[in-house]
Design a protein around this ligand. Structure first.
Ligand SMILES: NC(=O)c1ccc[n+]([C@@H]2O[C@H](COP(=O)([O-])OP(=O)(O)OC[C@H]3O[C@@H](n4cnc5c(N)ncnc54)[C@H](OP(=O)(O)O)[C@@H]3O)[C@@H](O)[C@H]2O)c1
Length: 251
C-alpha cells in the first residue's frame, strides 16, 4: 500500500535492466519505495541492477521473466504477487529492432511485434488481474511517440507501440472504478542504449526526465504522460499533416 504521504511502497519492473525503468526505480526508492522486484531475462546485468538498487536501501529481488514466453507469464508474475501487494507495475521491456534489417527478415520483424505487443498484452493482463484482485495499484506502460503515427524510418517498432498503446488505453478504461490505474507513458527519443547510434531526434530527452514524469504522473493519477510534455502539442499537429507531406518531414 502507498504510505501516509502517497508514495508507493512496492514496485515491480518488467524489463528489469531497462535504463528508463532503473532511473524510475532510483527515484521511487529516494521517495521511500522499499520493495522492488526486477523481472527480466536472467543475466549479470539484471543481478548488477538489483545490487545497485539494494545499495540505495531497497529490498530487491529478481524474477525470471521473458516477454516472449507468454505461457510462463502467469507463473513468473504470480510468484511476485503471492509475496505481497505491489503498488506500481512498470512495464518497461521492449526492443527497438533494426528497421532496415527487419524489413528483409520477417521473423526478426515478428520478434519486435511479439516482444513489444503480444508479450505486453499477456503480461499486462496478468498484472491487471493481480492488481484488481488486491484492489489497488498502478500499471505504468512505456509506450512511445513512435506509436502515434507510422514513420518510414521505424514503422515496425512504431506499429508494435501503436498496438501496445491502444491496448493500454482500453485496459485503463476496462479498469475504471476498480481502484487500479493504467498510465500510458509516451516518451520521444530517449538517450539510452536502445537508441545508441541512432540519429538523435528533436526534443530528445533522458531516462531521468522520463522517470521524473512517471513519478509526477503517478502522484496525479494521470492517464497519459508525454515526455517531454511539449510532444503532446507537437504530435496533435503532426497527426493531421497529410501523408505526402508527412513523408517528407525530417521526423
Ligand atoms: N529509449 C527510447 O528512446 C524510448 C522511447 C520511447 C519508448 N521507449 C520504450 O521504453 C522501454 C524501455 O526502454 P529503454 O530505453 O529503457 O531500453 P533498454 O534499456 O534497452 O531496456 C529494454 C528492456 O527490455 C528488456 N527486454 C527485451 N526483450 C525482452 C524479453 N523478450 N523479455 C524480457 N525483457 C526483455 C531488456 O532486457 P535484457 O537486459 O534481457 O535485454 C531491457 O530490460 C521500452 O519499451 C522502449 O520501447 C524507449
Amino acid at each position: 500500500m502507498k504510505d501516509a504521504f502517497g508514495a508507493p511502497q512496492s514496485l515491480l519492473v518488467l524489463g528489469g535492466t531497462s535504463e528508463i525503468a532503473l532511473a524510475t526505480a532510483r527515484r521511487l526508492i529516494a521517495l521511500r519505495t522499499r520493495t522492488v522486484w526486477l523481472a527480466g531475462r536472467p543475466s549479470p546485468a539484471l543481478d548488477e541492477a538489483a545490487a545497485e538498487l539494494r545499495g540505495r536501501g531497497a529490498q530487491v529481488r529478481t524474477v525470471a521473466f521473458d516477454a516472449l514466453d507468454c505461457a510462463g507469464h502467469e507463473d513468473a508474475l504470480g510468484k511476485v504477487f503471492a509475496e505481497g501487494d505491489v503498488d506500481v507495475v512498470l512495464m518497461a521491456f521492449g526492443i527497438q529492432g533494426d528497421q532496415a534489417r527487419d524489413e528483409e527478415d520477417p521473423q526478426a520483424a515478428a520478434r519486435v511485434a511479439q516482444t513489444n505487443y503480444t508479450g505486453a498484452v499477456s503480461a499486462g493482463l496478468v498484472c491487471a488481474g493481480a492488481l484488481q484482485a488486491q484492489g489497488h495499484g498502478s500499471l505504468v506502460v512505456l509506450s512511445s511517440v513512435a506509436g502515434e503515427r507510422a514513420r518510414r524510418a521505424d514503422f515496425i517498432y512504431g506499429s508494435s507501440k501503436a498496438g501496445l498503446d491502444a491496448f493500454a488505453q482500453g485496459l485503463g478504461d476496462a479498469l475504471q472504478g476498480t481502484g487500479v490505474q493504467v498510465m500510458v507513458v509516451r516518451p520521444g527519443f530517449v538517450r539510452t542504449r536502445a537508441t545508441a547510434g541512432l540519429p538523435e531526434q528533436p526534443l530528445a530527452t533522458t531516462p531521468q526526465a522520463v522517470a521524473a514524469a512517471i513519478v509526477t504522473g503517478l502522484r496525479r493519477r494521470s492517464e497519459t504522460v508525454w515526455v517531454p510534455g511539449s510532444l503532446r502539442v507537437v504530435m496533435s499537429a503532426l497527426r493531421h499533416v497529410p501523408r505526402p507531406l508527412f513523408r517528407r518531414l525530417p521526423v
